[in-house]
Each structure stands twice: as structure tokens, then as C-alpha cells.
Write a protein that binds this ligand. Structure first.
Ligand code: SF4
Ligand code: SF4
Length: 320
């Protein structure tokens, strides 16, 4: 397994980062025991970096594995939508308490779009930067699905790490294509920022191009680490093998490809439209006659992030 310094930070992270959305209540909703088992298996295979978020509500799935393996040996990235001092303070406290730790290696603002959104979050940014000075946060960053988000981070001056979408088809990038995204990433890299990519498999859409998708991201020299969602010991073994240049058998790849993700919307949907407004990928719409409208997903656009499920008042949506 390759390890890289995340930009100018002190963090030396494994190239393969454990993306924990997949085990969280928004997706597979594994038990604490199952989650710990998979995480420890990943650590055993050289992974020392976990990505989570306040939104995933899964700190309880991670803290036991951290304790068992040794907190100082694992780096944690988390993120929140904090926009003010108070929301920043409460999201940091939630992470510290939830993970039973006294520091977070990388704290990020979730889903930042541009310099305008960053400006709107300045109070939270100021709070996180103070906490960085105090040593409670190791590095500060943003996650983004936008090229304009990466550019804004590169020009901001106080952002250490950017967490953008990178996959060979540019799936999930909202405002352009992969070529433009790589240009923006190059600008950030020149400023010695850490680049920690997400969605190398396009949220599952590129499973049929499994090897090609990983070859693409692993050959991009600007990426320090890549978050990959994993939900079984087998997936951990395959991903760790790929990231360590091992040849993966066709049979194993076929098994992984046979577990595609889907978004299910229950038939008790009331058609309130909250999920439609929440989806950045424009993958949801309300269909049907007036008074009987229900949410419908366009599977070609959906990247299975599960964020829509979080806003449904009737718990209709599940990624499985
Ligand atoms: S439909 Fe839901 S799971 Fe799919 S991309 Fe939109 S928010 Fe994410
Ligand atoms: S938020 Fe839930 S109830 Fe409202 S439209 Fe979406 S799935 Fe239906």
C-alpha cells in the first residue's frame, strides 16, 4: 500500500481511504460489530484513513475499531454543513464525542460549490481555523462535486485539503467534465494542497469498468488518497489488492460487479418533493397525476449518495 503526505499537512495517509458512507445507516446500515470487523480488516490490509461525515450518522460504527487498533495509528476525515460559529462548534463536538477522541485529523465543509458558498460559511471556517491552531483539528478542507468548488478552495488561502469527485467519466461532476476538474485539481496541487478524491467508481455506475476505473485514478499523480466505499471483507481485500498493484482474478471482479447499488423508493411516498430539492444530481422528479405524485429516480443520474433519504420525513428512500 502506498502512503502519501496529504498536502502540506503532517498526515501520511494510505492511498486507499475507507469511505464509510456504504456501511452507514444511509446505505447498508451494518451493525456495530459488522462495521468494526470490516474496518479492522481494512486496517489489517494497510488502510490508515477513514472518511465519514456528520450526515452519515455513523461515528458509533467507527469508534470501537479506532479504539481497538489504536487511535493514533488511524487518520479520520469528517465533514459537516456548518455555516456559523455555533453550527461549526456543535458539529466538531459531535464528532469528538461520537468518535471518542480529542482530535480530528481532517475536518471539512461538506458539498461546497464555489467562492460564494465558501463566503457564506466564513464564520464556520474561522472557527475551524482557530481549532486547527489549538490542535483539535489537524487540517481543514472542503468536499465538492464542483470544479468551481476546487478552484475556490485553491484560491482561498486557508484551505489545506480538497475532496473532489474523480472518475474516468467525470460522473457526478456538476459543472463540467473530468478534464476541467483535473485542471482545477492541478491548480490546487501547485499550492501544495492535499487532494483526496471520491467516487472513483462513479457511485457504482462504473462497476462494469472496474479495472479501468481504478487504473485511471491510480495513474493520476495529483491524488494523495482516494476514498472507496466498502461494505464487505471481500471488497476490502479486492480494493487493497488493486491499490497494492496485485492482479485481481476475473472471478473476483465478477463477484464484486454482481453487487450493484440501487435506490429504492417505498410505495408509501407522499410526493412532498423534499428529496427532489435535496438531490444535486437532478436524479429525482415527482411523477404522476396531481394529488398522487410520487418520487421517481433516474438511475442513470443517481450516484447513490443516499443524501435524499436523510430528508424524507417518511423514511421512504434506501440505497441498497
Ligand atoms: S437520488 Fe438520492 S442517492 Fe441518488 S444522487 Fe440524488 S440524492 Fe444521491
Ligand atoms: S421526501 Fe420522501 S415522501 Fe417526499 S417525495 Fe421524497 S420519497 Fe416521497
Amino acid at each position: 500500500m502506498e502512503y502519501n503526505r496529504l498536502g502540506k499537512s503532517e498526515l501520511k495517509v494510505s492511498k486507499l481511504c475507507f469511505g464509510s458512507l456504504t456501511i452507514s445507516p444511509l446505505q447498508r446500515n451494518l451493525s456495530i460489530k459488522e462495521s468494526e470487523n470490516i474496518l479492522l480488516h481494512a486496517f489489517d490490509h494497510g488502510v490508515n484513513f477513514i472518511d465519514t461525515a456528520a450526515l452519515y450518522e455513523n461515528y458509533h460504527q467507527i469508534r470501537g475499531a479506532l479504539k481497538q487498533w489504536g487511535r493514533q495509528k488511524i487518520h479520520i476525515a469528517t465533514k459537516s454543513y456548518a455555516y456559523s460559529r455555533d453550527t461549526a462548534k456543535s458539529s466538531l463536538e459531535e464528532a469528538l464525542m461520537g468518535l471518542e477522541t480529542d482530535y480530528i485529523d481532517l475536518f471539512m465543509l461538506h458539498e461546497q460549490e464555489s467562492e460564494h458558498t465558501l463566503r457564506g460559511h466564513q464564520e464556520a471556517i474561522d472557527f475551524f481555523l482557530t481549532k486547527k491552531k489549538e490542535g483539535v483539528i489537524g487540517s481543514f478542507g472542503i468536499s465538492t462535486h464542483f470544479i468551481s468548488g476546487v478552484r475556490a478552495a485553491a484560491n482561498h488561502g486557508a484551505i489545506d485539503v480538497v475532496h473532489p469527485i474523480v472518475n474516468h467519466q467525470g460522473l457526478g461532476i456538476v459543472d463540467g467534465d473530468m478534464e476541467e476538474m483535473l485542471e482545477a485539481i492541478g491548480e490546487a496541487k501547485k499550492k501544495d494542497m492535499g487532494i483526496f478524491a471520491m467516487k472513483p467508481l462513479g457511485g457504482g455506475h462504473l462497476l462494469s469498468d472496474f479495472q479501468k476505473s481504478f487504473d485511471y485514478v491510480l495513474n493520476l499523480k495529483d491524488l494523495d488518497s482516494i476514498a472507496v466505499g466498502m461494505q464487505s471483507r471481500e471488497e476490502v481485500e479486492v480494493n487493497a489488492g488493486i491499490f497494492s498493484n496485485e492482479k485481481i482474478s476475473n472471478d473476483t471482479i465478477k463477484k464484486i460487479q454482481a453487487q450493484p447499488r440501487t435506490l429504492q423508493i417505498a410505495d408509501w411516498c407522499q410526493g412532498c418533493g423534499r428529496c427532489v430539492n435535496r438531490c444535486n444530481m437532478n436524479a429525482l422528479s415527482l411523477q404522476g397525476e396531481k394529488g398522487k405524485k410520487r418520487a421517481l429516480v433516474d438511475p442513470k443520474r443517481c450516484v447513490f449518495c443516499g443524501y435524499c433519504g436523510k430528508v424524507c420525513p417518511d423514511f421512504c428512500i434506501k440505497v441498497i
